[in-house]
Design a protein around this ligand. Structure first.
Ligand code: SAM
Length: 275
């Protein structure tokens, strides 16, 4: 795999573009395990973001009925089209955050880390069965952290409100060329069934996590300006802070359900508008 990478880089005079997160995965086992974790078969349509030089795409194409691969770098799109004769792969040139997504039921990708957060949130708004995604380790640890953990953050809460996420394996920086400055991890994401999903007011979550170590009442008092309230409503909220659910819990201990209770209370009091 490494030989093929160097062959392609030299054949096309290509220098990996750091700004586009071009660190190519060169360990075949890791690629194969990601494909296995997604349990891909002929009935599956897979979305891949950032196919790069096509090493993961190749493995996906062997198993899936159809693969859509969105690649932003026009040079790589051209190379993929020249080098491979895939019958079931459609390479889409564009930014995965901007282009319309084709229909898919599974996602397998070694993500460009710059787009981890917006990509994950866009994905969580879609219907899909499973996603197997490579992230920067630090980001992956925040995705899976549980309430009360030191890594538990707005990202953990927002992801876990909508999905189950677990780290399947850690991947050292030596598995990539060029070698990145950080380690990575493969995360498996499965959306929760609709009855278990918790839809949250993002402004409220942002306001709370602005002060993740403070207790809820204090955190809200200090970020009241982030809630877009009228003067009257802000005053009312200040007066009611002690009585809101979980007022004395620290923000980093809140589950998605706890935040929903706070939100519902503020809406019932007419302080937070129903959006
Ligand atoms: C970490 S590399 C993965 C390459 C390949 N899949 C592999 O496993 O070696 C990330 C890839 O995403 C592409 N990319 C970066 N930003 C992108 C975006 N916004 N939309 C689509 N592709 C993007 C890069 O050009 C690069 O090919």
């Amino acid at each position: 795999m490494k030989e093929r990478l160097f062959y392609l880089l030299s054949k096309y005079g290509l220098r990996p573009n750091e700004d586009l997160g071009q660190n190519f995965l060169i360990v075949e086992d890791v690629i194969e395990r990601s494909v296995e974790r997604a349990a891909i078969g002929e009935r599956d349509t897979v979305l891949e973001v950032g196919p790069g030089l096509g090493f993961l795409t190749e493995k996906l194409a062997e198993k899936a009925g159809k693969v859509y691969a969105i690649e932003r770098d026009a040079r790589l799109v051209e190379i993929l089209r020249k080098e491979y004769d895939w019958k079931n792969v459609e390479v889409i040139k564009g930014d995965a955050l901007k282009v319309e997504w084709p229909p898919f039921n599974k996602v397998v990708s070694n993500l460009p880390y710059q787009i981890s957060s917006p990509f994950t949130f866009r994905l969580l708004r879609h219907e899909f069965e499973v996603a197997v995604l490579m992230y920067q380790l630090e980001f992956a640890l925040r995705m899976v952290a549980k309430p009360g953990d030191k890594n538990y953050s707005r990202l953990s809460l927002m992801v876990q409100a909508l999905a189950e996420a677990e780290i399947a394996e850690r991947v050292g920086r030596g598995a990539f060329y060029p070698r990145p400055k950080v380690d990575s991890a493969v995360v498996v994401i499965r959306p929760k069934p609709p009855s278990e999903r918790v839809e949250l007011d993002e402004n409220l979550v942002k306001a709370l996590f602005q002060h993740r170590r403070k207790v809820v009442a204090k955190a809200l008092r200090e970020s009241i300006h982030m809630l877009g309230l009228t003067k009257g409503d802000a005053k009312e909220l200040k007066a009611t802070l002690r009585t809101i659910p979980h007022a004395e819990k620290r923000v980093f201990q809140l589950t998605p359900e706890n935040v929903k209770e706070i939100e519902e209370y503020l809406k019932a009091e007419g302080i937070l508008r129903r959006r």
